[in-house]
Design a protein around this ligand. Structure first.
Ligand code: KG4
Length: 332
């Protein structure tokens, strides 16, 4: 089964063609990072304009790379939400147009389901599973008893973990997106600054206090003209973040007796997080983390999620299906 995936929820325009939920024939990703860098974050109106300029080119390139004809596609899977509404609308309308012209079934896919199913490209998924979803907009622990069934165990009360990485990076003078830059410097530094470890209730998270602690510490040192060791500050911040994420995930995995731990979303690219999961895996859980190219936003993950969603519920949406900026991760 050939699935065409389309993703445009934030600042990446991406089109992919994936065979049988596994074989990625093409995964073209056009990132707008360089455009948004100068603003220190994604500017929604600028993002949707660039999706509009690029989407047809990205479609064309994906078909050339995959070397398949438009007619060969069996299913169109498009990110329906959540995300920036102007950005989502570009991908959804391009996908609907394709489905209408070539008379193909189309389904709207949840962006976070896409991040989770990025893992199915390189691993076998094994249920029940716990998914730790860590991105620029979300931090959630999700229980999956089977394919395409999502039960949210906990989420952040305030900042998403990626968002706090981006804010900390900005304060210490690192470029957007901050996550990769903080991660790199953290590996050059030592855990020397005393920062809070935000353990809030049960499986929930909170990162705004930790972020504020870093910002306050930085400002206080600056005001006292004391030297700030940025690599050490990054290492200390990353240590607090990864300790909480890893401990809560292992706790949930033990209590719910899962067979697999899935780590997903842009922050799953974090080297410190990967190392900690592997070093502290004393119960021998099967831990899946996608390779870097599938961690951040891409359409291959949407095509794969669409493939599994279709196995469970093989019904095409009608062409009135629309983008939904605050779509909930519901069970089918
Ligand atoms: O999943 P994603 O591509 O976009 C959505 O939010 O949906 O995630 C982007 C986030 C950004 O906040 C970025 O700073 C963070 O993922 N990120 C990282 C790393 N690479 C990307 N955070 C920490 N360490 C990284 N290596």
């Amino acid at each position: 089964m050939l699935v065409l995936g389309v993703e445009s929820s934030c600042d990446e325009t991406s089109v992919a063609i994936v065979k049988d939920g596994k074989e990625v024939l093409a995964n073209v990703v056009l990132s707008q990072i360089d455009i948004h860098k100068k603003f220190g974050g994604v500017v929604p109106e600028v993002a949707s304009r660039h999706h509009t300029y690029q989407v047809a080119v990205v479609f064309e390139e994906a078909f050339q790379k995959a070397n398949v004809k438009y007619e060969d596609i069996d299913l169109v899977a498009v990110t329906k939400g959540p995300g920036l509404i102007g950005s989502l609308l570009v991908g959804v309308n391009a996908a609907k147009t394709f489905a209408l012209v070539f008379n193909k079934p189309i389904i709207g896919v949840h962006h976070l389901a896409g991040h989770i199913y990025a893992n199915a490209i390189e691993h076998e998924m094994n249920f029940p599973a716990i998914a730790l979803l860590v991105s620029g907009g979300n931090t959630e622990l999700i229980y999956m008893p089977e394919h395409f069934k999502f039960e949210i165990l906990g989420e952040t009360h305030d900042d998403a973990v990626g968002e706090s990485y981006d804010k900390v990076a900005r304060v210490v003078g690192l470029p957007y997106p901050g996550g990769p830059a903080v991660d790199k410097l953290a590996h050059e530094g030592k855990v020397t600054y005393h920062l809070p470890k935000p353990y809030v209730d049960a499986y929930n998270f909170s990162f705004s206090g930790l972020k504020s602690a870093v910002i306050n510490l930085h400002h206080n040192l600056e005001q006292r003209h004391e030297e700030i060791n940025v690599p050490d500050l990054c290492a200390s911040f990353q240590d607090s973040v990864t300790e909480v994420l890893v401990n809560k995930t292992f706790k949930a995995a033990n209590e719910l007796k899962v067979k697999q731990i899935i780590v997903a979303g842009g922050v799953s690219a974090n080297k410190g997080l990967k190392e900690r999961f592997h070093n502290e895996n004393k119960y021998g859980f099967d831990i899946c983390i996608p390779s870097i190219k599938y961690c951040t936003d891409n359409a291959a993950m949407i095509a794969v999620a669409g493939y599994y969603q279709w196995q469970k519920h093989p019904v095409s949406d009608n062409l009135e299906m629309n983008a939904d900026a605050s779509l909930e991760l519901e069970s089918l």
